[in-house]
Design a protein around this ligand. Structure first.
Ligand SMILES: [Mg+2]
Length: 275
């Protein structure tokens, strides 16, 4: 479902390039307390046909670690929390996996909110595996709170995959589908998404009033998070051309993962100490 927001919604191609306005943006963030929310796939690492291969580069890890010593940092992903936590490997961060359904952080922080949906997911998982296992180039990835079907390696199978996934999800009232780049997922039919996760974390993290939230993401599910930002916050969409022909609630665009690195480095140079 399309999020609603008081923020302006603009075509991605018309958003200003954040790298062209780096000085102005970092000046706006300088001396402020920051909450930084980062998506993983397509934002911190290039998207891979096999999601297991999307590893975080050492330079990006070092940048995130440096920034985490000066700002509150959370990674918000559709991956399982344990998966994204292991891939990033920095214990000082918060990790909101499964689009925020399970959140872990330092000092044993743990919040999980969809255990009731596990039996319905197990049923759907079994049916999807039966229906799609063996279809060339289609990857069924069971996750804790979702079943993802990837068809990046078989774009011609899109219609068949969508029809099959929609059918199986429709049979189970506790589940719904969500779409992304060459991926369709079955998820709990809960009013919970990356935007809710951002709002929840802003209430839980040790952040002072007046802090600025910065969210960087690349896909449709990140729009819920952009939509949840306030007027003083900053939303940056990584738009590499694959999915540019749509609107976004972000304020700026970044060209690619390397651009995200440049942005984070610039913020690290000017950010306030961690609250
Ligand atoms: Mg992404």
């Amino acid at each position: 479902m399309k999020p609603s927001s008081p923020r302006p919604e603009r075509h991605i191609d018309t958003l200003p390039n954040a790298l062209a306005e780096l000085d102005r943006l970092t000046a706006r963030l300088a001396g402020q307390h920051l909450a930084i929310f980062l998506d993983y796939d397509g934002t911190l690492t290039p998207i891979c046909a096999d999601p297991a291969q999307a590893m975080l580069g050492e330079a990006m890890r070092a940048r995130i670690a440096a920034l985490a010593s000066r700002a509150c940092l959370a990674v918000i992903s559709g991956r399982d929390t344990a998966d994204v936590q292991a891939k990033v490997g920095l214990p000082e961060l918060y990790y909101a996996g499964s689009h925020g359904l399970e959140i872990r952080g330092p000092d044993g922080f743990h919040e999980e909110r969809a255990q009731d949906y596990l039996p319905a997911l197990a049923t759907a998982r079994q049916r999807l595996m039966q229906a799609l296992t063996g279809v060339d180039g289609v990857l069924v990835e069971p996750k804790r709170y979702a079943i993802a079907v990837h068809y990046r390696a078989a774009p011609e199978a899109r219609e068949r995959v969508h029809r099959c996934v929609e059918q199986i999800a429709a049979a189970e009232p506790r589940l719904r589908t969500s779409h992304g780049k060459k991926i369709i997922e079955i998820r709990p039919a809960l009013d919970w998404h990356k935007g809710r996760a951002v709002e929840y974390l802003r209430g839980e993290l040790p952040l002072p009033d007046g802090h600025i939230a910065l969210y960087i993401g690349d896909d449709l599910t990140d729009e819920d998070a952009f939509a949840a930002l306030g007027p003083a916050d900053l939303g940056l969409i990584v738009a590499d051309g694959e999915d540019n022909d749509r609107t976004s609630f972000a304020d700026y665009r970044l060209p690619d993962v390397a651009g995200v690195g440049q942005m984070l480095e610039a913020i690290e140079r000017t950010a306030a100490p961690a609250p």
